[in-house]
Design a protein around this ligand. Structure first.
Ligand code: SF4
Length: 362
């Protein structure tokens, strides 16, 4: 049986993180109180989390508080920013130096670490030795788009645990197979996804979409397969998910996943200054739309725009203000049940919205 995925919605990052950790009963999975626990955020660039590229420090602070409260004292935050940025700068700019000071947790820059060669899937891969010392690895990726791999989530976030030279070499190998192999060699034991405001298209941020969710799970492949669906892709469109499942890293069977939504959040969507998001939002007629629902629609429209372009006069209706109204759709979510056509769900996922819009644009 697949392990569940836990989802908390809202804007109180600390409380949402805590509710996912409590629901997952994370402490019971950690082998001993003296285990070296590695915490791997996504600090790809030295930019604050509000720009959609990096992991919110409040999530890491809440995780550290949880672990220390449960008696785990051997904690380390480890990361290596992308080629061309300094991890030290990212630790400072993203608020991680404050976390280290407040909680007495070591910050480890993997860029200077000794590489250790390992074999997997016919490839020889160099992994940072400090990452191999970790007994229990907690991966905190950002749910966001990527210009080459379509999405980036848990599996790709592990690239921060290899050297810059190896990161460059991964690109020459086509990214997908080596990312999957890296995850076979270096297993993460728990994933806590920052789905607060990840970028629509780019791992370096700039087009943040307020999604207001945190997702937890023990199976990194399943987590990424779910993220793919939540951004309007089928899991088998993402090469590294397919390869990781083939290597036995986890399951990509989202249709049979046990998805536990811990709450329902009706926080209204707040528009972002991103030009791309504003352009897509021009096709949405929203009345009191919840942010989770609206964000899923933005992702679906972005996919549709990439596929075939959006008809200039296309207008999609969404939000609680449509409750009890009838009239012309397309409407998204159960609040628009009186419109024709309308897609059910609360909130419907981006992949379902995309299928619905494709069918109703014919
Ligand atoms: S269907 Fe309505 S209540 Fe449900 S998430 Fe969408 S806007 Fe909110």
């Amino acid at each position: 049986m697949q392990s569940p995925l836990y989802i908390a919605y809202g804007q109180d990052i600390r409380a949402m993180t805590r509710s996912v950790l409590d629901a997952a009963r994370l402490e019971e999975r950690i082998p001993s109180k003296t285990a070296l626990i590695g915490i791997k955020p996504n600090l790809v660039v030295a930019k604050p989390a509000s720009l959609g590229a990096t992991t919110h420090p409040e999530m890491v602070a809440a995780l550290v508080e949880y672990l220390q409260e449960k008696g785990f004292a051997n904690l380390m935050i480890l990361e290596g920013s992308w080629v061309g940025d300094s991890t030290r700068r990212a630790f400072r700019a993203c608020g991680y130096e404050d976390i280290a000071r407040t909680y007495g947790v070591e910050l480890f820059d993997t860029k200077g670490d000794r590489p250790v060669r390992r074999e997997c899937d016919g490839m020889s891969i160099e992994v940072c030795s400090r990452a191999l010392d970790v007994d229990f690895l907690i991966n905190l990726p950002v749910m966001k788009g990527h210009c080459q791999t379509k999405i980036t989530g848990a599996l790709k976030n592990m690239k921060g645990l290899i050297s810059d030279a190896e990161k460059r070499r991964f690109h020459t190998l086509g990214l997908h197979r080596p990312i999957a192999a890296l995850n076979k060699l270096l297993r993460c034991h728990f994933v806590l996804v920052d789905g607060i405001c990840g970028d629509l298209d780019f791992e370096e941020g700039g087009n943040p979409v307020p999604m207001n969710r945190i997702i937890g799970g023990f199976d990194a492949v399943l987590v990424d397969a779910y993220l793919a669906c939540s951004m309007g892709y089928a899991p088998d469109e993402i090469g590294y998910i397919v390869h990781a499942a083939r290597l036995g890293v986890g399951s990509m069977d989202v249709s049979n996943a046990n998805i536990v939504e811990l709450n329902h959040d009706e926080t209204p969507f707040r528009p972002t200054p991103s030009r791309r998001v504003r352009q897509l939002a021009g096709h949405i007629d929203a009345k009191d739309a919840c942010s989770a629902c609206y964000a899923n629609l933005i992702h679906a429209l972005a996919r549709l725009d990439d596929e075939q372009g959006l008809p200039r006069d296309m207008m999609v209706r969404i939000g609680q203000g449509y409750r009890g109204e009838d009239g012309r759709g397309p409407g998204i979510g159960r609040c628009t049940a009186g419109l024709c056509p309308s897609l059910s769900g609360c909130p419907p996922r981006a992949d379902a919205i995309l299928r619905f819009l494709r069918e109703n644009l014919r």
